[in-house]
Design a protein around this ligand. Sequence first.
Ligand SMILES: [Zn+2]
Length: 494
Amino acid sequence: MDVLELAKRRGFFWQSSAIHGPISGFYDYGHVGTMLKRKWEAAWRRFFLGLGETFYEISPAVLMPEQVFRASGHLEHFVDPIVKCRKCGHAMRADHILESILKESFEGLPPKEMDALIRKHKITCELCHGQLEEVALVNMTFPVTAGTGKDARTAYLTPETAQGAYVNFKQMFEVLRKRLPMGLAVVGKAFRNEIAPRNALVRMREFTQAELQIFFDPETITAHPRFADVETARLRLLPAAHRHAVQETTAQDAVASLGLPPFYVYYLARIQEFFLQTLGLPPEKFRLKELAGEEKAFYNRFHWDIELQLGIGWKEVGGLHYRTDYDLSRHQQVSGQSMEVGEGRKFIPHILEISMGVDRNIYALLDLCAREEQDRAVLAFPRRLSPFDAAIFPLVRKDGLPEKAREVQAALEQAGFSTFYDSTGSIGRMYRRMDEIGGPACVTIDYDTLKHQDVTLRDRDSMQQVRVPIARLPDALRRFLDGGDLGTLGKPLH
Ligand SMILES: [Zn+2]
């Protein structure tokens, strides 16, 4: 299935400002996509903020002063190796073009060594086969001028939401009564001037991240008070030393055999639980991949990527990063403000970061949930994650059925469900359309509804239908969304 075509046709997402000629790497969400994204973010917040007593969400600005990115290292290190064509001026990621030709990863290789490989293998421009210039490192942050005249200051659109949490650490630590571990979550926009945006929502220049920064005392990394809750969980791991196949390893064994601290493994297990239990994605499409050596940022002591297997291959949709005291130490150094905490023993808290790309996860959901069946296309989203809880259809557009349908819809909205009303077509067509959007349930109002005050409730996946009294519809729908079997919620129709 062509995910992009489906996404556009059914109102999920498409290139931004398309009527004026779009810039690549920017996407707009339509009404259905916005609902899906909102549901995913709500599930993320419920799950990850629920992991700690002192875990909260904050909303920092996205445009921040230059000093922030001197401290974070972005101005110095946030660079991509770019190689330009001498003939046509086309710019390419040097590591990507090497990878596409030599079939191995060259991420993090110094520019001089990339130049040598380009010469050795006589690699030319992917568009015109012209000679290539030398590889140059190009910074990916977006500079902006805030203010005018002598008050003008250089600022940057933040390339990750994390910095918003770090600059607020000290203030939040005071406000939250000086308790560690403390979690600060940010669900917000980030900006990177990617040279080659691609695969739609997978590599964008403006995107949404959901990140949780956990600030903790480094001496507590050898334990987690709730480790017993996860110790027998079988983690789907791809350690750096065994890249050929996923090893199912219990959390306990991951500590023993991979030398990972329990505090770190605890969160690896929770991340897997979020993807497999909360989101309900198929286990065989999920893995946690260890990054080693030059693959990981120099300040990360442990770095495992969250990967999903999509039509375009295994793609990273997030990661768990043990960033040590790098971030707060740097902010302390550049700002001159102390980031130390503790009475008696003073220390700079360490940071464990759970980072996810929201848009990539939305793209992944479409890719993983799309099914082509004999005479219909279905987006089989987990019920609780679907853009709408229920669609409401009048069987025909006359005889008081639309009015009755609007009444039922209002009652469901009142009860807290998100609904979608449609009356433009035959009932068969309306079902097909809802299947393509991924709505889990359809409610149909017909002539019997007027007589008996009941409706037809239809399951997207099995296409089974039951008859449910209107008075009991909110309860039946709630149980259905929680995974209930449709057959137990009303009188089956044949
Ligand atoms: Zn060229």
